[in-house]
Design a protein around this ligand. Structure first.
Ligand code: HEM
Length: 275
C-alpha cells in the first residue's frame, strides 16, 4: 500500500483514506430477518451510484475541454470519453450479478422496496440531463431531495454535451449553428467530417468518442430491460406509485431509442450517397 501513509500524512492508511468503515456501514437491508439476496441487490445499486458520480465528474471535465476547443483540448476530451465508455461497460457487466438472482428470491423482499425504484435515481437523471436527454416532467421524482433537485435544475440551465460539442466544432471553423433550425446544418458539418476522416482526424475521433458514449448508454438500457424481464417478467415496477403506474418492461422498452446527440446517428445515413 505504497500510496498511503506517505511522508507528510503519517496517520493516513488505506482504511482512513478510502473511508472503508463508513462505506461498509451503508448497506442496510429492509427485509427482516435479512433475505440472503438483498445484500447483493443493495451493493450493485450502490456501486452504480458511485460510477454515476464518476461519470458526471468526467463528463464535466469533457465539457471544459470542449469549451477550450484547441487541438490539445479535443485530444483530452477524447481521452476522458474513453474512460467514460470504460465505466459504462463496467455498468453493463454489473447487471450480470443481478441476473444470478432467482425470481423467487427477489420476490422474498421486493414488496418491501415499494415505492422505491431506480427510476428515481437522481444521478442517472443528471447524467441524462447533462447528455441532452431532458424530460423536465421527471423533476418531481427527486422532490424532497433538495440538493438533487437543485443539481438537476442547474443541468437544465447548462448547455448539453451535444450543444458543447457543436460549439467546439464552430470554434474550429465548422458551420454548426445552434437550435432546431440549425439541425440540418449540424448534420452537414458532421457529414464533412465523416466523409473525410483523415482530413479531420481530431474532430472525427472526438465525434466517435461521443457516439461511443451514446451507444454504451443505449447498450446499458438494453441490458437493463433484458435483465428486468428475466427477473420480474411483465410485472409492474416497484416504482409504479411514483412513476404513474408505468408498466415495467413495457415502459423501459420505450426508452431504448433515446439518443444524447441524434445528429451523430443521422449523419451515417447521409454519407456516401444512396439509401
Ligand atoms: C432486479 C433488479 C432490477 C429490477 C427488477 C429493475 C426494474 C426496473 C423497472 C421495472 C423500471 C421501470 C420503472 C418502474 O416501474 O419502477 C426500472 C427503471 C430504472 N432502473 Fe431498474 N431494475 C433493477 C436494477 C437496476 C439497477 C442495478 C439500476 C442501477 C442504478 C437500475 C436503474 C434504473 C433506472 C435508472 C431506471 C429508469 C430508466 C429510465 O427511465 O430510462 N435498475 N427498473
Amino acid at each position: 500500500m505504497g500510496y498511503f501513509g506517505a511522508a507528510g500524512a503519517p496517520d493516513l492508511s488505506y482504511a482512513s483514506y478510502l473511508r472503508v468503515a463508513e462505506l461498509l456501514s451503508q448497506q442496510r437491508c429492509v427485509s427482516e430477518p435479512a433475505e440472503h439476496d438483498e445484500l447483493q441487490f443493495i451493493v450493485v445499486h450502490q456501486v452504480f451510484e458511485l460510477w454515476f458520480k464518476l461519470l458526471l465528474h468526467e463528463l464535466d471535465a469533457v465539457g471544459v475541454h470542449l469549451a477550450g476547443g484547441s487541438d490539445e483540448d479535443v485530444r483530452e476530451a477524447e481521452r476522458l470519453l474513453g474512460r467514460v465508455a470504460a465505466v459504462e461497460r463496467v455498468l453493463q457487466g454489473s447487471l450480470h450479478v443481478l441476473e444470478t438472482m432467482r425470481p423467487i428470491d427477489f420476490l422474498r423482499f421486493r414488496d418491501r422496496l415499494k415505492p422505491a425504484s431506480g427510476f428515481q435515481s437522481a444521478q442517472f437523471r443528471e447524467l441524462e440531463f447533462l447528455a441532452g436527454i431532458r424530460d423536465e416532467t421527471l423533476l418531481p421524482l427527486v422532490r424532497g431531495e433538495a440538493t438533487a433537485e437543485a443539481r438537476l435544475r442547474r443541468r437544465l440551465g447548462e448547455p448539453s454535451l451535444g450543444e458543447r460539442f457543436f460549439a467546439c466544432l464552430r470554434r474550429r471553423g465548422f458551420d454548426a449553428p445552434e437550435g432546431e433550425p440549425g439541425r440540418g446544418a449540424r448534420v452537414a458539418a458532421l457529414r464533412r467530417i465523416y466523409e473525410e476522416p483523415s482530413r479531420f482526424p481530431l474532430e472525427y475521433a472526438l465525434a466517435e468518442a461521443l457516439a461511443e458514449f451514446d451507444e454504451q448508454l443505449t447498450l446499458w438500457r438494453q441490458h437493463h430491460v433484458a435483465m428486468v424481464e428475466r427477473v420480474i417478467g411483465g410485472k409492474i415496477g416497484t416504482g409504479a406509485a411514483v412513476t404513474g403506474a408505468r408498466e415495467g418492461v413495457r415502459y423501459l422498452r420505450t426508452t431504448l431509442d433515446r439518443k444524447a446527440i441524434p445528429e451523430l446517428w443521422e449523419v451515417r445515413a447521409t454519407i456516401g450517397g444512396g439509401p
